[in-house]
Each structure stands twice: as structure tokens, then as C-alpha cells.
Design a protein around this ligand. Structure first.
Ligand code: FMN
Length: 380
């Protein structure tokens, strides 16, 4: 799920690093919103790195739609701003634009916490349905004893989980293929393709965020494998086919990998020595994974195929693919363009279904992944 994480200017800002990690490990898409006050303690860059944010995050960050907003630590200053609806930095702006649960973990000196102004602000927020976690009693950074310490990150994360509840794909098994296969020519050479695996990884992460049990079949990825997702290496078309067929009890299969259509008919053992002559390679077709799955899928199973094609003719071919391969959705992207698709963090696709075609405008691959899974959920 998508979680906005507000960090404000107190010593406890460093503990928000742990909270970021816990939320990311739980499979959430975490968007850090760091106030200028917090930047005096921990840089926004640290949170961006821990949350693995893409470099091209939205310029309208404060308008990001999310399932939950958590502010930890929350200073007396930000608590007051939230109570009164001020919007003078990225976090307070986001708090006004946010619709959904809000969790606030105050952290301040005990005298600031017990001040009637702060008590009143906390009550205003509570009455509005905001969940306050802590503050706890203990010794403050300045050496005073009292109530004011930020609640422990694990307790804040547990509150977040309780409020988010099970995701929309909870209990579903989702199989994702990603990356580009490499077909051996000899011991050192291969036939490969330009797929980076970003689209498949984004799909696996989004399915996981929605609560699914995800298995990722990874051919050669140019991006790190996602943490917390079972990943099986499938370097060749044959290895990927075998792995897909060995996992028949999926609810959804998302076939985002670029699988070789042809491979060398005979693999040469050892390394072919260089000589002055030409080298003719004979290629044979591989087994089509989408067609194989389509042929054996049972009622209720959803198979989504992906098609990289050139131009409008490509879209027409993808429409025919629905019946030819007995798949439920085909995601078409035009590989004739250099600004999207292969090697790019962005994509633009048409999600082709039997009853509907949904064009998705150019966006990050995680946004495209969310749009694809929205369509899958409609069919489930
Ligand atoms: C060393 C230091 C530690 C601070 N710790 C806290 C704190 O724990 N809680 C708090 O409410 N304010 C604390 N403050 C004051 C806030 O940083 C200040 O009110 C700031 O304007 C908060 O901005 P923000 O709420 O936009 O992040 C501290 C200030 C300093 C200099």
C-alpha cells in the first residue's frame, strides 16, 4: 500500500529511518515528506534512499494519493499546524490534501507536551479521528524525565499495519516473470535482449503491496531484486517455462519478462574460436510461455501477457492475441519509442481486455503496474 511518511524537526528524526525500513520491508510504497526543520537532523536524501524512491518523483509530491499518512516524529510545531490546518511545507500541505487514516507519533520535551496549547492541539486531532501513538515516558535527549519520547518504530509500524488491514490481493498467489532471457550460443556468448526487468519488478512490488503472496521468476535483471519477495532465477526461456509450469496454483500470472522467441538450435560446448570465416547460426523457436499457460489455465486463473510491438499494427496484433493464446489481458507497449519501455523508468501502455481497452498515459513503471493490477482485480 502507499504510505506517506512525514518526518519533522526533532532529535527522534533518526528513528524515522528505522520506521522507513520497517514499512518498506512490509511491502509498502513509502513516500517520505521531510520538513525543512527535520532536514537539520537527517537529510531528505537519506529517507529517499531508504524508501528506494525513483529519482523522478512527482513534482506535486504533496498531492500524492496514499492509503495512509504517518507522521513520526511529530513536533509540537507540526502538531499545532495540523490542528489548525496550516499548509506551509510539503508535509502540512500533504496532510490537508490527504484523505484516509492519519497516524501521528508526537515527540518533544515533556514540558512542551504537557503545555495546554499542545494538549488542546492533540485533543483537536484525536476528535478528528487522528490516531496518536505515544508519546512514551522516559528520559529525553536533553536528560529530562517525563512523557515526550517518540513511541518505538515497531509500535508505530504495528499501528500502521492494523489501520491498513489486509490488502486488496490478500490471500492471492501472484506469479510474475521479469527481465530478459539469455540463450547460450557457446560457453561465453548468448542471444539476449534489452529488457531491464523494471516493469516486472514494479508489478511484483505492487502485488506485494496489495497483500498478495508473490513469486518472481527473474531472468537477467538490471535492477536489484525486491526484498521480501521470493525470487527464482530463470536465465533462459526453457528455465522460465519449466518454472512457470512447476507453479500451477497461481491466481494471477503477469508475464512481463522478455522471453527469447528463438534460440540457437545447437549449443556449442566450449568457446567457438575466432577465425576469418563467417559464422551462420541456426535458430529454433522456443516454447511460447503465454500460450502454454493459456492452454492449461483453469477457471478463475488470470493470465496477463505483455507485448512489445512497433506502432498501431502492433496493437491490432495484441487484440488478436487474447483469443489466440487464451489470455485475459494483453499489455501493449510500443517499442518504437525511445522515451519509454526498454531501459527506461517510464512506460506508456494500452491494457487490452475482451470488454475494455485502457490506455495508460506515460508514467513511472510503478504507476503503470498499479493500473495493470487495477484491471486484474476487476477480473478476479
Ligand atoms: C536540537 C533541537 C532539538 C529539537 N527537538 C524537538 C523535539 O523533539 N520536539 C519538538 O517538538 N521540537 C523540537 N525542536 C524544535 C523544532 O525543531 C522547531 O519547533 C521546528 O520549527 C520544527 O519544525 P517542523 O515541525 O516543521 O519540523 C528541537 C530543536 C532543536 C534545535
Amino acid at each position: 500500500m502507499k504510505v506517506l511518511l512525514g518526518v519533522t524537526g526533532g532529535i527522534a528524526a533518526y528513528k524515522a529511518c528505522d520506521l522507513t525500513r520497517l514499512l518498506v520491508r512490509a511491502g509498502h510504497d513509502v513516500v517520505p515528506l521531510v520538513t525543512p526543520g527535520a532536514e537539520r537532523f537527517v537529510g531528505a536524501e537519506t529517507f529517499r534512499a531508504l524508501a528506494r524512491r525513483p529519482a523522478d518523483d512527482d513534482v506535486y509530491l504533496h498531492l500524492t494519493r496514499a492509503d495512509l499518512l504517518v507522521i513520526a516524529p511529530c513536533t509540537a510545531n507540526t502538531l499545532a499546524k495540523l490542528a489548525h490546518g496550516l499548509a506551509d511545507n510539503v508535509l502540512t500541505e500533504a496532510a490537508l490534501a490527504h484523505r484516509g487514516p492519519v497516524v501521528v507519533a508526537p515527540a518533544m520535551n515533556p514540558r512542551m507536551w504537557s503545555h495546554p496549547a499542545t494538549r488542546g492541539n492533540a485533543e483537536t486531532l484525536r476528535a478528528r479521528g487522528v490516531e496518536l501513538v505515544g508519546p512514551d515516558e522516559g528520559e529525553t535527549a536533553e536528560g529530562e524525565w517525563g512523557v515526550g519520547r517518540m513511541a518505538e518504530p515497531v509500535d508505530i509500524a504495528a499501528r500502521v499495519e492494523a489501520l491498513l488491514g489486509p490488502g486488496s490481493l490478500a490471500g492471492r498467489r501472484v506469479l510474475v516473470t521479469a527481465g530478459g532471457t539469455r540463450e547460450p550460443v557457446d560457453a561465453v556468448r548468448f542471444l539476449g535482449n534489452r529488457s531491464s526487468g523494471r516493469m516486472g519488478v514494479a508489478l511484483a512490488e505492487e502485488a506485494r503491496r496489495r497483500g498478495a503472496e508473490v513469486v518472481l521468476l527473474a531472468a537477467h535483471l538490471a535492477v536489484p531484486t525486491p526484498t521480501g519477495i521470493e525470487t527464482i532465477p530463470t536465465p533462459t526461456a526453457e528455465a522460465m517455462l519449466d518454472a512457470v509450469l512447476a507453479l500451477p496454483d497461481f491466481d494471477v500470472a503477469l508475464l512481463a519478462a522478455a522471453v527469447a522467441d528463438y534460440r540457437p538450435a545447437t549449443a556449442i560446448s566450449g568457446k567457438r574460436r575466432k577465425d576469418d570465416g563467417a559464422w551462420a547460426l541456426e535458430l529454433e523457436p522456443t516454447v511460447d510461455i503465454a500460450r502454454s499457460l493459456g492452454a492449461q489455465k483453469t477457471a478463475g486463473q488470470i493470465v496477463v501477457a505483455f507485448g512489445a510491438e512497433l506502432g498501431a499494427d502492433g496493437l491490432a496484433r495484441k487484440r488478436r492475441m487474447l483469443d489466440e493464446k487464451n489470455v485475459d489481458l494483453v499489455v501493449f507497449n510500443d517499442v518504437g519509442r525511445t522515451d519509454i519501455g526498454f531501459d527506461s523508468t517510464q512506460n506508456e501502455v494500452v491494457i487490452v481486455g475482451r470488454d475494455e481497452e485502457v490506455p495508460v498515459a506515460k508514467a513511472t513503471k510503478s504507476t503503470i503496474a498499479a493500473a495493470i493490477l487495477d484491471q486484474v482485480e476487476r477480473l478476479l
